[in-house]
Design a binder for this molecule. Sequence first.
Ligand SMILES: Cc1cc2nc3c(=O)[nH]c(=O)nc-3n(C[C@H](O)[C@H](O)[C@H](O)COP(=O)(O)OP(=O)(O)OC[C@H]3O[C@@H](n4cnc5c(N)ncnc54)[C@H](O)[C@@H]3O)c2cc1C
Length: 429
Amino acid sequence: MTNPSQKIVIIGAGPAGLLLAHYLLCRQQYHIEIYDRRPDPRQASLNEQRSFPISLQKRGRKALQAIPGLEDAIAQQAIVCQGTVIHSKTKARDIPRDNPTLTIDRSRLVLTLINQLTNTYPDTVLKLKFDCACQHINAANQTVSLQTATGQTFSTSYDRLIGADGARSQVRTELVAHHGLTCNQTYVPDAYKSIFLARTNADQNIELAPDRIHTSNIGRNNRIVLAPQPNGQLHGAFIFNAENNPLEEFTTKEEILTYFEEKLPVFRQLMNDTEADELLHRPVARLVTVKCDRFHQGDHILLIGDAAHAVSPSIGQGCNSSLEDIQLINQLLDQFQDDWSQVLPQFSQQRVPEAHALKDLSDYSFPRSTPLIIEFFLRLTLGRKLHQWFPQWFQPFVFDLVLDSDLSYAEVLNLSQGWINKVKRSMAS
Ligand SMILES: Cc1cc2nc3c(=O)[nH]c(=O)nc-3n(C[C@H](O)[C@H](O)[C@H](O)COP(=O)(O)OP(=O)(O)OC[C@H]3O[C@@H](n4cnc5c(N)ncnc54)[C@H](O)[C@@H]3O)c2cc1C
């Protein structure tokens, strides 16, 4: 390994920051320091971690495949899902997919990215520090100050600083406050609680398919999305309107169990008393979307992943697009021979329109009014068949274009503008 020259400080050890570390270390001319404000996931309990399923399709997987052994290591912790089962009170409808998705819990994804990094690189080129929150940036001196969990502050210098610190990014907040970055931050109407169920209940003769995402709409605004795990469990999110949490009034686990018994008996049979009690007390997470006019500041600071462009998880593209960011950075580093003064503005120029298109697709692909929800499922099922039979007359539905094609998000938005505008109008009214 040649003598690494530039010091890259990455704030945030999520999927985006960790994958960037892999790519940069492969280039053998950087040394990396990563800081995250949370505890080290290698030591933290499941309850201390951010746990929800992430589905990765072609876009995200392509970015993983360039790092030797990485996709295989992730696949060992993931499940290949071949479609979705939509459960209602009385029946279950299977919607298979031609192209499988790799479904993995966020905490397992992060853990695998960390283990692959630490198994490959020595601590002379890679430092990973947890319980350290970014506080301020001094762009003139190229230093960043951080605070440990015990309240001590320290600062570190950087050649390049990468804000990979998620939707509520402190790096972004500093750029808005001191460097004229324009950024719109909006709360999504949805909030969620993580939920963990068994996939089978032998006593009740229930076994949900091990290769499907399991989902259900409970009324108009509540839904549950569950993904099978390698350990035979289902991990997922119970999603509801933040103004109207259906579990808010409950004070006992029995009330939780009764709620699921009434709304979704099959999921009640897969929930034990401990989970009902933990679900009751688990915190509610709010979701924020982010729209920035650029992702870089000068020649030295860059925002990536959710810090740059957090979107609603409704079409499951936040992580896929965050991983795509890293692939583009690598291409630009190749193109400009690691001249970051050219890479950073190019990244903004190419990625901002994509991020804005993805935000529209995420906000408006999934409708909320009953007639449009019916039309949505018709387009998803009947529309797909019509496209197979008469491709010259029926183009693929927005979901299929996002999940299965290589088209850019801007191209998908262009092709799907009719549907997106329809959903937008229905929401406005
Ligand atoms: C319920 C749910 C389901 C989802 N499903 C999908 C899906 O199916 N497919 C998909 O593609 N995407 C999905 N997403 C989106 C996906 O989780 C995110 O897009 C992805 O995690 C973004 O990665 P990131 O590394 O940019 O940010 P994050 O994963 O948010 O990581 C940011 C890291 O920065 C750290 N940090 C924050 N502030 C600081 C600070 N001040 N100092 C130091 N560190 C800091 C955090 O602790 C965290 O570790 C889903 C999201 C949710 C909430």
